[in-house]
Design a protein around this ligand. Structure first.
Ligand code: ADP
Ligand code: ZN
Length: 751
């Protein structure tokens, strides 16, 4: 772009460009922009050349004429010449923003993702932008601020409100118009008319979690923490795995590593599985880094998310904190990337492109020449193996801070409870421990991974089970709303007064959900203050935050919840954790069910006894001899790992093989089956040519045959050798209207 005269008017000269560039004043002086149009379809998934003014740069979003309309596009590159004849070239109409929304790194990474997962480039570029920017629905926010004007005019001592307002502004310096009007009403106008106020309109940033404003000094690291930091900084390896028991002080290590990078004028990305669930983490980060931390997650309002993103892009915020998608934060010069709770299933995207966060993080780490830190008390088997084999630096923190003991776990055999005549979901031991916990004024957490009241409703006379009309699953009874709900599509149905099949009236509520647990607790402990945290009680903005805040301020004694209660919380008064049904996740049809159960039990147990008072855990199961539960009760990760990896090696499951599922879904069963046949035929050919690379190959119904009215079929494969993976993606590419085909690798959910 050197030496070319600046071309103005690119942002407004729409009319100039409309006739195929004919109106463009100095065609020879302009440049060519390579544009990808923002349409996620393989037919248009290629570079189109446009004439562009030299203010247009790579990474900008631009409006371009395309197929007789105007479309947004992304400038991938600018160049001097095009191979397209000049008379055929159209011109960029305008830039959507004055700056490149996409960084060089984003452009390059998006291309890698598109190639890896065989999806249109536009879809990958979108990952790097806030949805609000693309929809154009949210923009920058401006607010009016008032401050005092000197010299102040004389104010009558009787004008109390006006004097109060002046005192307020003297103390604060300035305040936003809306706040002042709310606090002082008419006094604002009165003072304004007297000429006592300066008024200024300025860009305002919508900041989430405003009420977090503490200031926390840096903590002195323990010897183990300091050693971990040094190891991570000094290792030659890009990736370090921090394997530390719950409460071992991993967070402090992350904060220290981040602070070091900020001091070097670099930026940081800090990922947590579900940030809205961990306000404590937010508080810690805000307290330590103030407004240089920006938070990106789906619980924010559109305006907040947009502003947080802008602060990162502009460089006013230098730490991006968030769930999976924050790995696409628009930061440059990244100094460190942290993935906390690396084993968490939420790090795999469940919509196209189905990326794993680690892959993206690893690429960014390499691109920026920085370190990638994975942390967990229960690393995934695959990650741990890579660390053991020397690919990652392995750092182990076997002890809690201040050598606090891990809570003792008692395994209760629920079969025996039944034999003794206790059919409730609280064993005698759990009841006893709950009573003393409450008597001592402590708090307890009860964990059950099923929301609603009962798992389902069954007719005792004919065996009828209430099912969803759109999905092939049974319905869950929700007592709060007196509705039967589908947990797959959200549909609600009225509770039938009698069995729709046989007319019988003996409908039973089978299985227990969190609502029923709360009902049971109310009967057992009428004085206890009980909170419930599950998807039903946490909707709305900062919904989790409110419940957790209430519990952490000890305004409740018992917290009942689904796996939301298992995540990283640090409640000092919790001395008892009850795991009501440890078997639930064990019997999931998934090669990782054992691993998941171990992780979940360890995480939940880790919520107990984090402060001075020792904690306890009661684990209820119908399978007390189960080795996974035995290892979990002893916090024996090594034992668990050795057993699990041995089994995976013997049965050839990941990481010794790769599970690949090609899903075929559509509303019309016939069309879907036809598509399945086509895709299956193509894959079968591949299978026939490479039999030795396949451990398993078959087509079938998915375990859940229909979700949201869509039929679900699959080709399931287990690959001994991933070299055919690329071909699997290629052969799974099918564009039939109304049918969606996609590939999943080691899917975390096989339903
Ligand atoms: P983890 O993330 O490994 O579960 P945390 O980072 O939550 O552990 O730390 C556990 C507890 O120890 C927290 O209450 C934290 O404030 C405290 N802690 C961490 N590091 C230190 C330290 N260096 N000195 C004192 N207390 C610490
Ligand atoms: Zn449904």
């Amino acid at each position: 772009m050197k030496g070319r005269p600046a071309f103005r008017g690119v942002f407004c000269a729409k009319a100039n460009f409309e006739k195929g560039g004919g109106g463009f004043p100095q065609v020879g002086m302009a440049q060519i922009a390579e544009v990808i149009v923002d349409i996620a379809h393989s037919d248009v998934d290629k570079i189109f050349d446009y004439i562009a003014a030299d203010t247009v740069r790579a990474g900008m979003r631009v409006a371009v004429p395309f197929a007789r309309t105007v479309t947004t596009g992304f400038v991938m590159r600018v160049k001097e010449h095009s191979d397209v004849p000049p008379e055929k070239l159209k011109a960029v109409l305008r830039a959507e923003e004055e700056f490149p929304a996409l960084t060089e790194e984003a452009l390059s990474l998006a291309q890698k993702i598109a190639a890896r997962y065989r999806v249109p480039l536009a879809l990958c570029l979108r990952l790097f932008l806030p949805a609000e920017m693309r929809s154009g629905k949210v923009g920058e926010l401006y607010k009016t601020y008032y401050s005092l004007r000197e010299p102040l005019p004389e104010i009558s001592p009787r004008a109390r409100a006006q004097l109060a307002l002046i005192a307020y502004l003297e103390e604060r310096g300035e305040e936003e118009s809306a706040v002042l009007h709310q606090k002082f009403g008419g006094a604002v106008k009165a003072l304004e008319e007297k000429g006592a106020l300066n008024i200024e309109k300025r860009r305002a940033f919508r900041a989430p979690y405003r009420d977090i404003e503490e200031h926390e000094p840096e903590r002195e690291l323990t010897v183990a923490q300091a050693h971990a930091v040094e190891t991570i900084v000094n290792t030659e390896k890009t990736v370090s795995l921090l394997h530390g028991v719950t409460g071992s002080g991993k967070t402090e290590i992350y904060l220290n590593l981040i602070a070091r990078q900020l001091a070097l004028h670099k930026t940081a990305i800090f990922l947590v599985p579900e940030i809205s669930l961990t306000p404590q983490m937010l508080r810690q980060l805000r307290a330590r880094f103030g407004s240089s931390a920006a938070i990106l997650h789906s619980g924010l309002s559109a305006g907040e998310r947009f502003d947080e993103w802008m602060r990162l892009r502009e460089g006013t915020a230098r730490i991006a904190i968030g769930a999976r998608s924050a790995i696409f934060a628009p930061l440059e010069n990244v100094g460190i990337i942290v993935i906390d709770e690396e084993h968490d299933g939420s790090y795999t995207s469940e919509s196209s492109p189905r990326y794993t966060t680690f892959d993206i993080a690893y690429f960014r780490a390499r691109h920026n020449g920085c370190k990638l830190v994975l942390g967990s008390a229960t690393p995934s088997v695959e990650t741990y193996r890579r660390a053991k084999e020397g690919e990652f630096e392995l750092i182990t923190l076997p002890d809690r801070i201040n050598a606090r003991p891990m809570p003792a776990v008692s395994i209760v055999d629920m079969r025996r409870e039944l034999k003794r005549g206790n059919a409730s979901c609280f064993s005698a031991l759990l009841q006893e421990k709950l009573s003393s916990c409450l008597a001592e004024g402590n708090q307890a957490i009860l964990f059950l991974n099923r929301r609603g009241y009962s798992q389902t409703v069954v007719c005792r006379d004919c065996g009828y089970v209430a099912k969803c009309e759109n999905c092939d699953v049974s319905l869950t009874y929700h007592k709060d709303e007196n509705l039967l709900k589908c947990h797959y599509c959200g549909a609600g149905y009225r509770m039938p007064p009698a069995c729709p099949d046989c007319g019988g009236t003996h409908l039973i509520y089978a299985g227990t959900g969190t609502q029923r647990v709360v009902d049971g607790l109310r009967k057992l402990y009428p004085k206890a203050r009980i909170l419930r945290m599950d998807q039903d009680t946490t909707s709305g903005k900062e919904g989790h935050y409110k419940i957790l805040k209430q519990f952490s301020e000890h305004r409740a004694d018992l917290l009942v919840g689904t796996q939301m209660v298992a995540k990283g919380h640090d409640f000092p008064s919790v001395t008892l954790v009850g795991i009501l049904d440890a078997d639930m996740s064990l019997h999931f049809p998934d090669y990782r069910s054992g691993e998941r159960t171990f992780q979940l039990v360890t995480q939940v147990a880790g919520r107990s006894g984090r402060a001075e008072m020792p904690g306890e855990v009661v684990l209820q199961t119908y399978d007390p001899e189960n080795y996974i539960l035995r290892f979990a009760a002893k916090y024996d990760y090594e034992g668990f790992y050795a057993h699990e990896i041995g089994m995976r090696a013997a049965t050839l499951f990941p990481p010794f093989a790769k599970i690949v599922r090609v899903m075929v879904t559509g509303e019309d069963e016939k069309e879907t089956l036809e598509a399945l046949r086509e895709v299956y035929g193509r894959l079968q050919e591949l299978y026939a040519q490479n039999r030795e690379k396949f451990l398993f190959f078959n087509r079938m119904h998915s375990p859940v045959k229909r979700i949201q009215n869509k039929f679900r079929y699959q080709v399931l494969m287990r690959l001994a050798d991933s070299s055919v993976l690329k071909e699997v993606y290629e052969r799974a590419e099918l564009h039939t209207k109304g049918v969606l085909v996609y590939v999943e690798e080691n899917p975390s959910n096989l339903s």
